[in-house]
Design a protein around this ligand. Structure first.
Ligand SMILES: C[S@@+](CC[C@H](N)C(=O)[O-])C[C@H]1O[C@@H](n2cnc3c(N)ncnc32)[C@H](O)[C@@H]1O
Length: 226
């Protein structure tokens, strides 16, 4: 399902070609085999943002087969570096092969772990954080992202609108999906109300949030919502 009318999605998709070369082959194969990589309109959005930002350090949470990290590596500043995290061996083993095939092993560090365990241990400052992992965990990862993102840095979070279900009343959500629904609503409230962020919510792909960290955060302000 798309967040915009089908005819418009088709039009935009036809305007924006897939990637070229080996990375394009990885992208095409992933779409054909339903591997959960970012949609092509999100690829274009990332390319646009990163070509403006020219980041030195990127943190990605959710590697899958390494498509988005490989794509983003093209936009790194001289000597730049990506750290990407995934917990699922079926995915990260393919990512390792892809990084080797694309000769990106020097630029991309893969951490094979649950982000919930590894984020508290990470140090340093990142120019960009790309959040594309389990949607129910976004709110839990956010305090660590606040700490790791430099002032002036950008958080980009993918798949935030859940085919539009995020906007429905809880009574309309299947019981087993209610926890994720509440957590995503908490995440969206937090990033749109925290005064340390300038945030925009876009209906690109399945929804993308972009947050510019404009000053140091004390932590979540979510308790102010209750
Ligand atoms: C949508 S895919 C990422 C796609 C990738 N960013 C791309 O576009 O090429 C989400 C990935 O996040 C990983 N993931 C989900 N929850 C995670 C967690 N708590 N820690 C680490 N990885 C996680 C999954 O194993 C999966 O490979």
């Amino acid at each position: 399902m798309s967040l915009i009318a089908d005819y418009l999605k088709k039009y935009i998709d036809e305007l924006q070609p897939l990637c070229d070369g080996d990375i394009g082959k990885i992208q095409k194969e992933a779409y054909e085999n339903n591997v959960p990589i970012i949609s092509n309109d999100v690829v274009k959005l990332l390319g646009f943002v990163l070509s403006v930002v020219k980041p030195k350090r990127i943190l990605e949470i959710g590697t899958a087969i390494g498509f988005s990290s490989s794509y983003m590596s093209d936009y790194l500043a001289e000597g730049g570096h990506i750290t990407t995290i995934d917990r699922f061996p079926v995915m990260f083993e393919q990512a390792k092969e892809n990084f080797k095939r694309l000769e990106l092993e020097d630029k991309i560090e893969l951490i094979e772990a649950d982000a919930g365990n590894i984020l508290p241990k990470l140090e340093g400052e990142y120019d960009v954080v790309f959040l594309d992992a389990a949607k129910g965990q976004y709110i839990n990862f956010l305090p660590h992202i606040y700490r790791l993102l430099k002032v002036g840095g950008i958080l980009i979070a993918d798949d935030i609108l859940q085919d539009g279900a995020v906007a429905l009343d809880i009574s309309e959500i299947k019981r087993r999906q209610r926890t994720i629904h509440c957590r995503m609503n908490d995440f969206l409230w937090e990033i749109t109300h925290n005064p340390c962020l300038k945030t925009t919510i876009l209906t690109v792909g399945d929804g993308v949030a972009m947050c510019h960290k404009i000053k140091n955060t004390e932590g979540l302000i979510l308790n102010e919502r209750k």
